[in-house]
Design a protein around this ligand. Structure first.
Ligand code: ADP
Ligand code: F6P
Length: 324
């Protein structure tokens, strides 16, 4: 164990994601088992600046694994975007004896973590977001649960849509990223999938597709629409007017961020939490844990933030070819 790393802090930041608790639990128990103390910081960087900091022991994380909330709470914090806020955060860490921090969140949270590292606090990021939009990693905590939640909901919408021979537009989360939409589109057998990265559709094409499908005997038409494209209600009205087929829009919204995490999210989040603590104890800082090409690894935060991520071309092809 590195001599300097006596106390590790842990926080969750940005949008919550099912499985964050599993990562926190892993941080706490791994650190304790390796002789460190652990401090929980509530409400992300906002709680750090307000000194909402408390000791965590092995019992504090009992029963957290299966819960969808982040029991550390999460928040967004404008003050931490300022140099003064970042210096104050590092100073508060020193005041509480925190030598290193594990930050569980998305790209924004990693930007914050890099600033803490700059001002002398060792930091390791763990990717937590249902959007899967972190370029350095093929896995982010919460995506698997969110996709399964959305898939179940879309199956149900599809049932009623079929009974009424309707067209249904289901809007899933992803302000800038279409991964949830793409995965649901494939998993639910959607006839059309609208993705922010591929904003190349035109509504007339969708209308023509609906009319063609109806002519060959399809009794429903499912459109999975990503939040980044949005406007599902207006689209439904226009499609109904153009096709004469009853069309309904359903926005799944924040239910996708809740619920008990899947086995994959519990296990991968646990591995990443443990990995983060071991990285800190090896003297690493300013790194983000990733799962890349089938292996757990870590990247420099700045390098990770500069990486670009696109939708997988073969997955896109699959999503299209299976709708004929
Ligand atoms: P996510 O981590 O899910 O991407 P946000 O983008 O909302 O979520 O970022 C979470 C928090 O991280 C912000 O509220 C802010 O406190 C901090 N943060 C984001 N960007 C920066 C930055 N450039 N510098 C410092 N802190 C940042
Ligand atoms: O968690 C990611 C995400 O769900 C995005 O898809 C969405 O745009 C955003 O968070 C909304 O978050 P909030 O409602 O908390 O601002």
């Amino acid at each position: 164990m590195s001599k300097e790393m006596k106390t590790i802090g842990v926080l969750t930041s940005g949008g919550d994601a099912p499985g964050m608790n599993a990562a926190v639990r892993a941080v706490v128990r791994t650190a304790l088992s390796l002789g460190c103390k652990v401090k929980g910081i509530q409400k992300g960087y906002a709680g750090l600046l307000n000194e909402e900091i408390f000791d965590l022991d092995a019992l504090s994380v009992c029963d957290s694994l299966k819960r969808g909330v982040t029991f550390l709470y999460t928040a967004r914090c404008a003050e931490f975007r300022t140099v003064e806020g970042q210096k104050k955060g590092a100073e508060i860490c020193r005041k509480h004896g925190i030598d290193g921090i594990v930050v569980i969140g998305g790209d924004g949270s990693f930007n914050g973590a890099a600033k803490l590292a700059k001002y002398g606090i060792n930091t390791i990021g763990v990717p937590g977001t249902i959007d899967l939009d972190i370029a350095c990693t093929d896995y982010t905590i919460g995506f698997d649960t969110a996709v399964n939640t959305a898939m179940d909901a879309i199956d149900k919408v599809r049932d009623t849509s079929t009974s009424h021979e309707r067209c249904s537009i289901i809007e899933v989360m992803g302000r800038n990223a279409g991964y949830i939409a793409l995965w649901c589109g494939i998993a639910n057998g959607a006839e059309d999938i609208l993705l922010p990265e591929k904003f190349d559709y035109n509504e007339q094409q969708i209308i023509d597709h609906i009319i063609r499908s109806r002519k060959v005997g399809k009794t429903h038409h499912i459109i999975v629409n990503a939040e980044g494209i949005g406007h599902s209600a207006g689209m439904a009205r226009r499609i109904e007017a153009a096709t004469g087929i009853e069309t309904r829009a359903t926005i799944l919204g924040h239910l996708q961020r809740g619920g008990s995490p899947t086995a994959k999210d519990r296990v991968y989040a646990s591995i990443m939490g443990t990995y983060a603590v071991k990285a800190l104890l090896e003297g690493k800082s300013n790194r983000v844990v990733a799962h890349k090409n089938g292996e757990f690894t870590d990247f420099d935060i700045q390098e990770a933030l500069q990486m670009q991520k696109g939708l997988d071309d073969f997955q896109l092809y699959v999503s299209k070819v299976l709708t004929i």
